[in-house]
Design a protein around this ligand. Sequence first.
Ligand code: AHR
Length: 487
Amino acid sequence: MKQFKMLINAADRTAHIRPELYGHFSEHLGRCIYDGIYVGADSEIPNIRGIRKDIVEAFRQIHVPVLRWPGGCFADIYHWQNGIGAPSARKKTVNTYWGGVTETNRFGTHEFFDLCELVGCEPYLAGNLGTGSPRELSEWLTYITSDGDCDLAELRRKNGRNDPWMLKYVGFGNENWGCGGNMRPEYYADLYRQFQCFSMNAAGEKLFRVACGPCGGDYRWTEVLMQNLSPEHTDAISLHYYAVSNWEMKGSATVFSEDDYARSLQCAYQMETLLRRHTGIMDRYDPAGRIGLVVDEWGNWYEVEEGTNPGFLYQQNTMRDAVTAAMTLNLFNRYAGRVVMANLAQAVNVLQALILTDGAQILRTPTYHVFDLFQAHQGGETVYCFSQNETVFGEVPMLSSSASVKDGVLTVTLANCAPDAAAEICCDICNFSVRTVASRILAGDPHSHNTFAEPEAVRIAEGTAELLNGVLHLTLPPCSVAEVTLS
Ligand code: AHR
């Protein structure tokens, strides 16, 4: 057992946590959309216009605030016109990025906006800058947002949607340094300036425009973008980072050694360096903080589960993933002054998924439960939260934490990253009068995970945090994540 002292000062508010920090990502990849979120109206699986009811319900329970779509790499080969109109007449294309499978375009603009409305989340479109044109993107936005007397709005009405949809978040391309066109940052910056110039919300609402930012530690990309883009035409730049130590041997999601566990945590903790260094560059060019950072792809990436299509990126999800997710979300809260949105990759059946499906069954992964434990931070104010610490596996702090205040409630989230030592915590709380304490905890062996035979093997339990003489006390078992609520 290791002992730690913590101090929270609820009067020292450092940043607003936009709900979008708890966002998600759904790509036309493997079984994320088809056979995941979307099963079709004729399916025996309970659905609303083809969208699985249980998934909508699960998303609503954790208040998914924003959903990115249609990619990923797929975004830069996606042509929106293929995904509207009578389903039987929709063009069949090939998903050249993910498994070479037929893309029926059955799930398109109308279905995506329907999903967002059912979930109650903001849509975040990834526009095609790689193989699309400014005209194509501009027309897509008009189709979605115009209430006027024009052919595109008329076409939308004819396709069954009378009112325009609300749309705020638009990304311009995806990974344009790689799958989105192998571009240099100078070239991308020019293309971005051109594309964004023709991209309007026809209802007159201001779009939140996200330029394609760097891959992990490519600081030059950020530097060039910040030199060439101004807050007048850019609201944010993105960052993609996957926690992988060796792309040739990514390892199994469920069968791993303590060394593998250590490497996963070390890789996930790299996010701290990335946030510090990229935001440092942004601070130099934009000290007023007008351009945000959107981490619109993050998570752990392992080898696919045995017997599944390698192009489908289907992996299991254990308590190791729960701990790295908690660590990452605590970092986002701490960097919320600049990080304005983040999207875990991906929502269903792909990479570090929230939900896995098998026919009519679904299961919530340990990562889903972390988003449940952290949801009270959405819309809160980050407050000063210090902890004594020690490191595990080199640089990784054993204890990860953050705290926020919202509507008179102080929420503290913690993760114990050590696989074999409990953490006993005493936390002084300043400038907050506590009447009640409640806590919830997710704990298990690092390998613990949910299966379709045992979908609740890992689940949230009530915690034992208590207030003694005004000091908060709690014990975190090895490899655990907790939420403490004080009001
Ligand atoms: O999330 C899977 C893929 O990873 C995305 O399509 C791409 O943007 C990234 O490389």
